[in-house]
Design a protein around this ligand. Structure first.
Ligand code: HEC
Length: 180
């Protein structure tokens, strides 16, 4: 529906400019609505207060990430390291979202992003970079390791910032993550 697959998997287009901007925003929490500060935490669920356009981009970004993650499994199992490298590189560079945001949208996002969100986001992009690197070096164990770390990274951000979307994650965030 979004055409990401063709985008991402088929044409190895390197359209994503590697700007060394801090991180990429999967945006964003609009900050400051008191009623959204639940349980005295500093978490802000203001994603729900985003403008329709930005929120839409966020959703698209997320689905692209998900689709990228899913595509890695068959690539991994067939030893297609090059494909993983390409996909991971796109995830590292934030896929679509970054390409579409205007300057002023970028500013807006940066101004409303809580630090914790930015940290999670940076962590995620760091891991994607490591995955890219591991794939480039054709190291299956490391690829598996970073893939798993990335999965964890999705959940750990969702557990704080997307519990409205994924309510099952909300208690996990409070109990502390690593209970299996
Ligand atoms: C830095 C924080 C963060 C990270 C990292 C993150 N997400 Fe999300 N994700 C969010 C937020 C916030 C939402 C809720 C967006 C909304 O409600 O509009 C979300 C929503 C989603 C959705 C639902 C999108 C929709 O609207 O249909 C999917 C799917 C998703 N994320 C997948 C992933 C995957 C897969 C990863 C890891 C590869 C990931 N996310 C990493 C913050 C994050």
């Amino acid at each position: 529906m979004l055409g990401f697959d063709q985008f991402k998997l088929k044409k190895h287009m390197k359209i994503i400019i590697r700007i060394a901007l801090l991180a990429i925003l999967i945006p964003t929490m609009s900050y400051g609505e008191d009623k959204l500060n639940r349980e005295g935490s500093t978490n802000v669920a203001g994603v729900e207060a985003l403008s329709g356009e930005l929120r839409d981009l966020l959703s698209q970004e997320m689905r692209a990430l998900q689709s990228g993650m899913m595509s890695i499994i068959p690539s991994y199992n067939s030893g297609n390291w090059g494909e993983i490298e390409t996909t991971a590189g796109k995830m590292k560079n934030s896929y679509i979202l970054k390409q579409r945001l205007t300057e002023s949208q970028l500013k807006e996002l940066h101004s409303v992003l809580p630090d914790a969100f930015i940290e999670k986001d940076q962590r995620f992009h760091y891991l994607a970079g490591m995955l890219e690197h591991a794939a480039k070096n054709k190291k299956p164990e490391l690829i598996n390791f970073y893939f798993s770390e990335m999965n964890e990274s999705c959940v750990s951000c969702h557990a704080i910032f997307a519990t409205h979307k994924f309510p099952a994650l909300s208690s996990k965030g409070e109990k502390g993550a690593h209970t299996h």
